[in-house]
Design a protein around this ligand. Structure first.
Ligand SMILES: Cc1cc2nc3c(=O)[nH]c(=O)nc-3n(C[C@H](O)[C@H](O)[C@H](O)COP(=O)(O)OP(=O)(O)OC[C@H]3O[C@@H](n4cnc5c(N)ncnc54)[C@H](O)[C@@H]3O)c2cc1C
Length: 495
């Protein structure tokens, strides 16, 4: 798997696994932004949560993000206003700004030194269609109460752009310096943090949730927060959002790059920002998870975009991770529809650093039983047929197609066709297998059926993982669960 620039430039503490039974008022599953910000908000109210993380703090998408905190969120204010009304667009803008501000407040309050910096975000339109779209967005963003304006140009940019809109008072930060520092702050305040501790099962009983861990230990919790990016186990919300891979590079450029957040409006869009003086982070090239011939090609697309505009002097890192696009454009943050004591935040699109930060605040209030004006809007219980029906149908037809078509497909019919370090879907008779050959030539044979809802996983050539094209479950080459809805790994099989 790839290693992000953030992982290369931050130092973390190690937390031991949880190997004894425990009782907790609030158990948080997942040590990313959502999990740690929920723990931080609960701590402000005097509650000390327990955090369990399957791998290490920040090893999920939060450590593989590009960490723009931009109020120009992917949900598009003009679409939200059209589907939900202008008052809702205002609430969304307010929530986005809160998410941005909270990261800054936490960074400052605990001296995390996470390079948090306030700066403007620019969106530029290159074609007539894009200009029309951007004009609508500018109007809707203003009406939603954001500090936004049309400007002549992007100050300091070395190539011409068409129409430009500037969203003021946005920010950027180093996500792992932030999370590693925050984890230590929480631990020092009495929050228990455990790494290498995977939640494998949960059962809601009368008055508590019983959670079984990969270490064999059990936790009884009054409230369970699934801060796992997409909630583990079965939830109807999985059918209301679609998984996409997204890519990023860290480079030194030959041309100067202004210190701001910059986005084009291509499909998929490209975006760029500086980190330190001479380090530039560039992202984009999104595509449906598990539905592309070669993931490396998407990375090449970003490299080519960056080379053409800024000239690449040095590559420092390249990586990819996943985003979940909600059918009605808004994140789902709140109580699970099927459980009384289970909560999650998901469907963040490409804005999960600010939504993760905001989710920590909202989930904490919901758990504490406090009234919160945002609760209803972001609740997984909301249903707006006008906003959701089209995307819901499109994505679920796509899932149905993947479910059926991939049952009959294969990449190889003989293990000899699988080189060292590669995986392929192998067909023998009517049976399919997910087969990985490691660097020493050893074969790892698994059932290719995703343990979440039964789709056939696909080999990711860049990350060397098995990715499910339906709901975004991901597994290591050797089958262990990585992320997405499944809580356990692919089943072992024999040829
Ligand atoms: C390339 C890329 C660029 C992005 N850029 C931006 C950006 O510029 N701005 C922005 O706002 N957003 C961006 N995003 C989105 C944003 O980074 C994510 O939405 C956000 O980090 C998600 O945080 P999270 O805490 O919800 O999930 P994660 O950070 O994924 O945390 C979930 C954690 O749960 C753990 N876990 C999973 N299953 C279990 C289990 N069974 N037991 C225990 N632990 C478990 C995982 O190991 C993981 O650490 C980007 C995303 C990508 C992919």
């Amino acid at each position: 798997m790839t290693t992000s620039y953030w992982e290369r430039t931050a130092k973390k503490e190690v937390y031991a696994p949880l190997d004894k039974d425990l009782e907790a008022e609030v158990l948080i599953v997942g040590g990313g932004l959502t999990g740690l910000m929920t723990a931080w908000n609960l701590m402000q109210a005097g509650k000390k949560a327990v955090i369990v993380e399957a791998r290490t703090i920040g090893s999920g998408v939060s450590g593989n993000t590009t960490a723009h905190l931009n109020s120009s969120v992917d949900c598009d204010y003009h679409i939200v206003a059209q589907n939900f009304g202008k008052d809702t667009a205002k609430l969304v803008a307010e929530a986005a700004v809160l998410g941005i501000e909270l990261v800054g407040q936490v960074d400052k309050a605990h001296n995390l030194d996470a390079n948090y910096k306030k700066l403007p975000a620019y969106i530029y339109a290159e074609t007539t269609d894009q200009i029309l779209e951007l004009q609508k967005e500018l109007k809707a963003a203003k009406e939603a109460g954001l500090d936004v304006e049309e400007v002549e140009e992007i100050e300091g940019l070395n190539f011409p752009t068409g129409m430009v809109v500037r969203f003021n008072r946005n920010a950027r930060f180093h996500p792992l310096k932030f999370l590693y520092g925050l984890a230590e702050t929480l631990r020092e305040a009495g929050v228990q943090i455990y790494e290498q501790t995977r939640v494998e099962e949960h059962n809601e009983k009368d008055g508590y949730v019983e959670v079984t861990l990969s270490t064999g230990a059990t936790v009884r919790a009054q409230h369970l927060v699934l801060a796992t990016h997409s909630p583990i186990f079965m939830h109807s919300v999985h059918t209301r959002m679609a998984p996409y891979r997204s890519y990023a590079i860290a480079v030194r450029t030959r041309q100067p790059v202004p210190d701001s957040l910059i986005y084009d409006m291509r499909e998929p869009y490209n975006y760029v920002r500086k980190e330190e003086d001479d380090v530039v982070i560039i992202g984009g090239a999104d595509h449906k998870t598990g539905q592309t011939g070669d993931e490396n090609q998407h990375l090449q697309n970003i490299k080519a975009w960056a080379e053409e505009r800024f000239g690449i002097a040095e590559y420092l890192a390249s990586w990819s991770a996943q985003v979940f696009e909600p059918a009605d454009n808004l994140p789902f943050i709140g109580k699970s529809l099927t459980h009384k004591r289970v909560y999650y935040g998901t469907g963040y699109s490409g804005d999960g650093t600010l939504w993760g930060s905001f989710a920590g605040y909202l989930l904490s209030d919901i758990i504490l039983g406090k009234e919160n004006k945002f609760a209803e809007l972001f609740s997984p219980a909301r249903l707006n047929v006008k906003a959701e029906a089209g995307e819901f149908l499109k994505e679920n037809l796509n899932v149905a197609k993947e479910f059926i078509v991939e049952r009959f497909s294969s990449d190889a019919s003989d293990v000899k066709e699988i080189p060292n370090g590669e995986g392929k879907i192998l067909r023998q008779g009517i049976q399919q297998y997910a087969v990985f050959r490691d660097d020493q030539g050893g074969l790892h044979v698994m059932s290719p059926t995703c343990v979440h809802m039964g789709c056939v996983v696909q080999w990711n050539k860049m990350e060397k993982t098995w990715d499910c094209p339906c709901h975004g479950g991901r597994y290591k080459a050797t089958g262990e669960q990585l992320s997405g809805p499944p809580a356990t790994g692919l089943r072992k099989a024999e040829l």
